[in-house]
Design a protein around this ligand. Structure first.
Ligand code: ADP
Ligand code: ADP
Ligand code: ZN
Length: 217
């Protein structure tokens, strides 16, 4: 069997990053996250494109999508290097669906279903390691020592875009631009819905079963 090609979707805070780490390990694929790629290149100079902001950080801190011309190039390069993938954070609008179709052929699109009230709580309590990128939650998944990464001892920080005002805007952008992508994959039969509101372990058990089913089928 060729390497699995898995897309994971869900609103901001649905648990995509958390679950992608499990998927990457269990199914031996690369975790390709456009959000992580942008955080690693947030001050990249894109001023020659004449867009609203001169860096990815401008769009991200406003809670907006980074324009497709920038995202698509990053995606293409990441997939070229991957031996199987779990794609987290892409596609986020219908134009990106079309682009993905031209460079890859996913086996399954997983959709983590989480209610909006729960999303806000998860996002505002999220903390991320400045060294290794591990994700925590102040209430739901706290580190052993406050502010310190269990994995590597790095300092934890709160993402600029996890402040309450930006969270609101990101959820709005999700509803307007990304929800149609979920409908699209529902129509084409690739979408598998998974309840994202249990504990991380419960969600992982459901997801793993859903992926095994989809890859066998
Ligand atoms: P979350 O997983 O919390 O929804 P991400 O880490 O995936 O957030 O993305 C953070 C930000 O990076 C987004 O709000 C957006 O500005 C930018 N970004 C990530 N992926 C894309 C994409 N596919 N298209 C446009 N912008 C993106
Ligand atoms: P996304 O990548 O979809 O934005 P994350 O995986 O970063 O989401 O999760 C968002 C926040 O919610 C993080 O602080 C994470 O620790 C926490 N979280 C993830 N999954 C769960 C869950 N099943 N129950 C409670 N909190 C969770
Ligand atoms: Zn760390």
């Amino acid at each position: 069997m060729s390497d699995p090609e898995i897309v994971i979707m869900g609103a901001p805070g649905a648990g995509k990053g958390t679950q992608s780490d499990h998927i990457a390990e269990e199914f031996d694929v690369d975790h390709v996250s456009t959000g992580d790629a942008f955080r690693a290149n947030k001050d990249m100079d894109i001023s020659d494109l004449g867009l609203e902001y001169d860096t990815p950080a401008g769009f991200m801190d406003a809670g907006e999508l980074v324009p497709d011309e920038v995202v698509n190039e990053i995606l293409r390069a990441a997939l070229e290097d991957a031996d199987g993938y779990v794609l987290d954070g892409y596609p986020r609008n219908l134009a990106q669906v079309e682009y993905l179709d031209s460079v890859a052929d996913p086996d399954v699109v997983l959709y983590l279903e989480v209610d909006e009230d729960v999303l806000t709580e998860r996002l505002t309590g999220r903390r991320v390691c400045s060294e290794c990128g591990a994700t925590y939650h102040v209430d739901f998944d706290p580190p052993e020592e406050e502010g310190v990464c269990d994995v590597c001892g790095g300092d934890l920080y709160q993402r600029e875009d996890d402040q309450p005002d930006t969270v609101k805007e990101r959820i709005r952008v999700y509803r307007d631009e990304t929800a149609p992508v979920v409908d699209h994959y529902d129509d084409t039969g690739l979408l598998v819905r998974v309840d994202g509101e249990g504990t991380p372990d419960e969600v992982w058990a459901d997801l793993r079963a859903a992926i095994e089913d989809a890859l066998e089928g």
